[in-house]
Structure formats: structure tokens, C-alpha cells
Design a protein around this ligand. Structure first.
Ligand code: ATP
Ligand code: MG
Length: 337
């Protein structure tokens, strides 16, 4: 049992990595609502116009290039920043007017949190636990995050990845209803990333709503139910990861060597085909729907066969690049904006 003051009736740790479950009665539907949010720092407009809504138990991803306004948006959600205009509701509360209630129910992992260097891991967790009426058990949370051996180490002596793990523990210690995680696994080694994903899935399975800012496409594909893609302070798309890849990723691609030459029009006339390119003696056909069968059938009518066939489906990263015009997380460096 993870809870420090556990109620075994409605807080059972079942199949969630030891985390207690929430009853249906404790659940509401719409947990986060952001409408026409705007926030500027002096003359820099960080968030121009952002709107989205998140249902209970969702893992909602926020993706976008560097400087897009993601951190500013989630800081407004958690009450750390005051919006210039627009509406923010978390669990039906305005984070500015109900600071205490929001702080009690919302766990936040900051992108650049720094802690008092001479507090130990355990002291920091105990300190954060003391802010909440009903915190989780610090020892078990440390074990889940692989930090038990570091419990008596000073914060300043932790590696980057260990600090990151601790920041996740600090976001979860209050047993929040909403967890806001800004760059959850940045700096973690590959195994720790996967373990953290499982932990977050366990947290979500208890009905915790998760807002996840990430630059990792694999993380977003694995964890997120829906994603808001933000660019230059505006939401440019909201969909499931698969929906974004399919709708905005530029379709699927099929590469092959034709067994004999054919007229391009044979394939470009097909409704499934959007584009045909020649790569040396290879053909690359891009399109949607059942591209493979449509192309193979059409080639057969001309007595041609497709050899060495390779199929590539559009990915979330394809959608990201097409929609933002930048490789993931690279817009500031590219100077293209
Ligand atoms: N405290 C601040 N003071 C002034 N400008 C800021 C401040 N914080 C952010 N900005 C500016 O606001 C814009 C949005 O920043 P924000 O941190 O919200 O972006 P982000 O999407 O989280 O980027 P990243 O992916 O790099 O974390 C940027 O142009 C940034 O320079
Ligand atoms: Mg950020």
C-alpha cells in the first residue's frame, strides 16, 4: 500500500504498481479547460491563443517546437503564472482564485525545477508530503522510481537523471488528481524512460489525469490519448497520435522496383495515389487508403510486377514536421520562425 494513511476500502493498490485506485464516485468528467489563453512576457507573446479541454483519466500531450509556449501554458494551468486573458479551469476551479485547492489536487513537475542543494532526497520528499493532507508513502514512491539507494544523498549530489526521477516523485507525492509533467523523461536513460512510462500508465489507470509536455514522439505515441500541437503560441492541431499521423503525416509511402517500365499515369490516376517519384530505378508512390493493393493491381493490368516492396506509414514525427515546419524541438535553433 503506497498511501501513508490508507483507506483499504476505496484506495486499493490493484495492478497499478502499488498505487491506490480512485473510485468512480471520485471522478468528474471534464478536468481541465483552457479557453483563449493568452500570456505575454513584456513584448514576447508566449501564448497567443490556446484552447483545449481534457477529460478525466486522459493522458493529454502537449507537443511543439522550442519556444512554442508549452511550459507557459502548463504554468498557467498550475497557477504558477497569471494569464493575461482567457479562461483556465482545473477541476472546475480557477487556479488564481483557488490556489490552495488547486495546489492540493494538482502535482507539478517543472521543466527547470531546482531544489535546496543541502536537503536529502528523503527530506525533500517529506517536505513536499507535508504540504498535502493525504500524501502517498515516500519510501514506496522512492522504490518505484529507483531512488531508494539515494534517499540519504544531498540533492546537489544527484546525477541529472536522478534529479529528474526525484522531480517525478515530488509531482506525485501529494496523490494528485491532475499531474502536470513538463518533459517527463528528458535526461533519463532508455531503461528508466520505459520504467517511467509504465509508472505513468499505472498512475493514469487510477483515474489521475495527466498533462504531459514532451519532445519525444515515441513517448507521445506510447502514452498520450490525445495531443495538442502548439506552434508560436497557438494550437494548430488536436487529435490522437494515430489520427495526427494519418491526417497530417503526408500519407503512406510505397517503394518498389518495377519488373518492367510502365507509364506513370497508370498509378497517378488511382484515387489512392497522391504523388509518384522516381528514385533512380526505384518508384516511390505516396498516398492513402489501401495503397499497396491498389498499386499492385494496377501494375498487374499492365503486366508489371512490384519487386523489393517497402512500405512506410506516416508517423507522428512526419505530422509534427509538416505542421510546424521544423524537426521536433528545433525551431529556435533553426531560425526559421
Ligand atoms: N520568464 C520568461 N520571461 C520572458 N520570456 C519568457 C519567459 N519564459 C518564457 N519566455 C518566452 O516565451 C516563449 C515561450 O516559452 P515557453 O517556455 O513557454 O516555451 P516552450 O514551448 O516550453 O519551449 P521548450 O520546448 O523550449 O521548453 C519563448 O519565446 C520564451 O523565450
Ligand atoms: Mg518548455
Amino acid at each position: 500500500m503506497l498511501r501513508a494513511t490508507a483507506n483499504p476500502v476505496d484506495r486499493r493498490g490493484v495492478a497499478t504498481g502499488g498505487l491506490p485506485t480512485r473510485t468512480a464516485a471520485e471522478r468528474a468528467h471534464r478536468v481541465v479547460e483552457v479557453a483563449s489563453l493568452r500570456k505575454a512576457y513584456g513584448t514576447t507573446v508566449a501564448v497567443e491563443d490556446v484552447s483545449f479541454a481534457i477529460d478525466e483519466g486522459e493522458i493529454f500531450g502537449i507537443l511543439g517546437p522550442n519556444g512554442a509556449g508549452k511550459t507557459t501554458t502548463v504554468e498557467c494551468l498550475s497557477g504558477l503564472r497569471v494569464p493575461d486573458s482567457g479562461t483556465v479551469r482545473v477541476l472546475g476551479l480557477d487556479p488564481q482564485h483557488s490556489r490552495h485547492a488547486v495546489r492540493e489536487s494538482v502535482g507539478v513537475q517543472l521543466q527547470e525545477g531546482s531544489m535546496p542543494p543541502k536537503l536529502t532526497v528523503r527530506e525533500l520528499l517529506d517536505l513536499f508530503a507535508s504540504f498535502y493532507t493525504d500524501p502517498l508513502d515516500a519510501g514506496e514512491l522512492l522504490a518505484l522510481l529507483g531512488l531508494t539507494a539515494k534517499r540519504d544523498d544531498y540533492y546537489k549530489g544527484l546525477s541529472g537523471g536522478q534529479k529528474q526521477r526525484l522531480s517525478i516523485a515530488l509531482a506525485l507525492i501529494g496523490d494528485p488528481k491532475v499531474a502536470i509533467l513538463d518533459e517527463l523523461t528528458t535526461g533519463l536513460d532508455p531503461l528508466a524512460r520505459r520504467e517511467t512510462w509504465s509508472l505513468i500508465e499505472g498512475v493514469r489507470d487510477r483515474g489521475v489525469t495527466i498533462v504531459l509536455v514532451t519532445h519525444f514522439m515515441d513517448e507521445a505515441e506510447r502514452l498520450c490519448d490525445r495531443i495538442a500541437l502548439i506552434d508560436s503560441g497557438r494550437v494548430i492541431a488536436i487529435d490522437t497520435p494515430a489520427g495526427l499521423a494519418e491526417r497530417e503525416g503526408g500519407g503512406n509511402h510505397m517503394r518498389f522496383h518495377p519488373s518492367r517500365p510502365f507509364d506513370d499515369a497508370l498509378l497517378t490516376a488511382l484515387p489512392e495515389v497522391d504523388r509518384l517519384e522516381h528514385e533512380g530505378d526505384r518508384i516511390v508512390v505516396s498516398g492513402n487508403g489501401d495503397l499497396l493493393n491498389a498499386v499492385i493491381s494496377a501494375l498487374a493490368t499492365a503486366g508489371t510486377e512490384a519487386k523489393d516492396v517497402q512500405l512506410e506509414s506516416a508517423t507522428l514525427e512526419d505530422a509534427f514536421i509538416r505542421l510546424t515546419g521544423h524537426p521536433s524541438g528545433n525551431s529556435d535553433e533553426g531560425g526559421e520562425r
